[in-house]
Design a protein around this ligand. Structure first.
Ligand code: BGC
Ligand code: MG
Length: 550
């Protein structure tokens, strides 16, 4: 019932995508509100990012992805776009964006930006027009439906952010669909004019020189035109351990519809082919996301997709998810993340409050050793923790709705700490929109810069070494059973075979493997090798060269 099969295949390996720079790339995610504030309004902005790009490039990453900075009333902090073609004044201007791209390219960083095509803001001119009457030219650009006879919504679909996925509009006397906030009406992908318009909005940014898009919440793009009810499912828990009604349905009819490739990905892909070595990365989630990650990225119209699997699991579960993906990927390409602006920070998720420093150092190295491309969230290079906030400090509407069971997403969105001694960590000269958090302030960039053992310096050293390891960028991957508490896998290309070993516990572990030949020379390795035997201290890391055939 949840199976999906793409029909026509469109190969990302042909056409103008000759330079597949994104394959195995480390993509540093910048959440613009919280990265660096240049004008003292307490909100990060584009000039702030440009001024700090040296830090990003110095890490040894390949690209940046900037979360939305387009015009938006900020009901969902930029994921509610009211004009796809302009920069919100709070973040700067189009000229600021051009300067950012120029600087990033000068530093050899590719630039990816967020594209939020599944829904717009309620303030977008398309929606204003659409809601004005039932027969205007854009009447069908959003998903409108009559109430049931008893006045209730057209079906049982629920919003990810709480309540029904339908909001009644008194003007039209109809409901409109919103999978997230009611301020985020869902565009109707069954209308070809909508796809054409969205494709042109995307083209605008390719024309400005970007290298790719992260496409937001895209599996909500297409809905079932018959609006069939979703079936019930046994309650699931979210990352906070809470159960929300949304998780008590299979999102069968409102999400992950098979028409997505033909209706949306492929038209956008075809348009993008005029722009050379660009990349389309889709954000997908849900039960079938690993299989769809494979399908979408092996001829379905995306270059790669990332799912939420590693954003909510434990360290011990990483192997199971990656193996599951490996089993279905085929020609497809995965993109993994441990942290982002929606999920608990990895240091806290894996290590609780005040995580072990060795664990903080290990996390980026484990993440960046997996096969696939990597989205690396700002502050992960510092081992930042999830910030504890009071209800009064919350900004995220999701946290306000689900408090206290879920505290929302503010805890991972608190500002980057740049200077330990400066007020607000040097993020802003004004009052930050969220507090930096005392724990994270102590982990600021300047403090870690001078400490050879810091997470920051370990991450830099590792990523620079990784750049030269072809096997880590593009090699195959296979797990090895090395014993409880160990994550051990090989990465191989024709020219290089590496063994990557991580001790995910706080006590020493050892293992032996005949295939081990020597040390791979990783500067951040903390394990030791004697012959075929490797000893790993708590949260230890080791890379060995191995024989080709094992
Ligand atoms: C983004 C969220 C956003 C949602 C709706 C996502 O998955 O990452 O931050 O709230 O889409 O646009
Ligand atoms: Mg600002």
């Amino acid at each position: 019932m949840l199976e999906f099969e793409p029909s026509i295949h469109l190969s990302p390996k042909v056409g103008k995508r000759d330079d597949l720079w994104w394959k195995g790339a480390i993509i540093y995610q910048i959440y613009p509100r919280s990265f660096a504030d240049s004008d003292g309004d307490g909100i990060g902005d584009l000039p702030g990012i440009t001024a700090r790009l040296d830090h990003v490039a110095g890490l040894g990453v390949d690209a940046i992805w900037i979360s939305p900075f387009m015009r938006s009333p900020q009901a969902d902090y930029g994921y509610d776009v009211s004009d796809y073609r302009d920069v919100d004044p709070m973040f700067g201007t189009l000229a600021d964006f051009d300067r950012l791209v120029e600087r990033a390219h000068a530093l050899d960083l590719k630039v990816m930006i967020d594209f939020v095509p599944s829904h717009t803001s309620i303030e977008h001119r398309w929606f204003r027009e659409s809601r004005a009457s039932r027969d205007n030219p854009k009447a069908d650009w959003y998903v409108w439906a009559d109430p049931k006879e008893d006045g209730t919504p057209p079906n049982n679909w629920l919003s990810v952010f709480g309540g029904a996925a339908w909001e009644f509009d008194t003007g039209r006397g109809q409901y409109y669909l919103h999978n997230f906030l009611r301020q985020q009406p869902d565009l109707n992908f069954h209308n070809p004019e909508v796809i054409e318009a969205l494709t042109e909005e995307a083209r605008f940014w390719f024309e400005r020189g970007i290298d790719g898009f992260r496409i937001d919440a895209i599996d909500f793009g297409v809905h079932d035109p018959e609006l069939r009810d979703n079936p019930p499912r046994p309650p699931q828990r979210d990352q906070h351990g809470a159960t929300t009604p949304f998780n008590m349905q299979y999102q069968l009819w409102n999400k992950a519809r098979p028409e997505l490739c033909e209706k949306f990905f492929k038209p956008v892909f075809r348009m993008s082919e005029a722009y050379g070595a660009v990349c389309l990365l889709g954000e997908i989630s849900g039960d079938t996301s690993l299989q769809r990650m494979a399908d979408y990225s092996s001829g379905g119209g995306l270059d790669m997709a990332y799912s939420f699997q590693l954003l909510s699991c434990t360290l011990a579960e990483v192997r199971q998810h990656v193996e599951e993906a490996e089993a279905c990927l085929g020609d497809g390409w995965a993109c993994w993340a441990f942290s982002n602006h929606d999920c608990f920070r990895s240091a806290t998720r894996f290590g609780g409050r005040n995580p072990d420093d060795r664990l903080r150092r290990m996390i980026p190295q484990l993440l960046c050793s997996l096969r696939g491309s990597i989205c690396f969230y700002q502050g992960e290079e510092l081992g930042l923790e999830e910030t504890e906030l009071t209800y009064e400090q919350l900004q995220d509407p999701v946290g306000k709705t689900f408090w206290p069971a879920s505290k929302g997403r503010d805890g991972c969105r608190t500002p980057m700490p740049w200077q330990t001694q400066a007020e607000h960590g040097g993020f802003t000269s004004g009052t930050p929109w969220l507090p930096v958090g005392p724990v994270n302030q102590a982990l600021a960039v300047d403090r870690q810069d001078g400490d050879p053992d810091s997470v920051l310096n370990a991450t830099r050293a590792f990523l620079h070494w990784r750049k030269r390891q072809e096997a880590l960028r593009t090699g195959d991957m296979a797990f090895v059973d090395a014993g409880e508490g160990l994550l051990v896998f090989s990465r191989r290309t024709a020219a290089q075979s590496l063994l990557c070993a991580f001790n995910i516990t706080d006590s020493e572990r050892q293992f032996e493997l005949d295939a081990i030949e020597g040390d791979a020379g990783c500067p951040t390795a903390t394990g030791e090798r004697a012959g075929h035997r490797v000893t790993l201290p708590a949260y230890g890391v080791f890379f060995a060269t191995i024989t080709d055939a094992s």
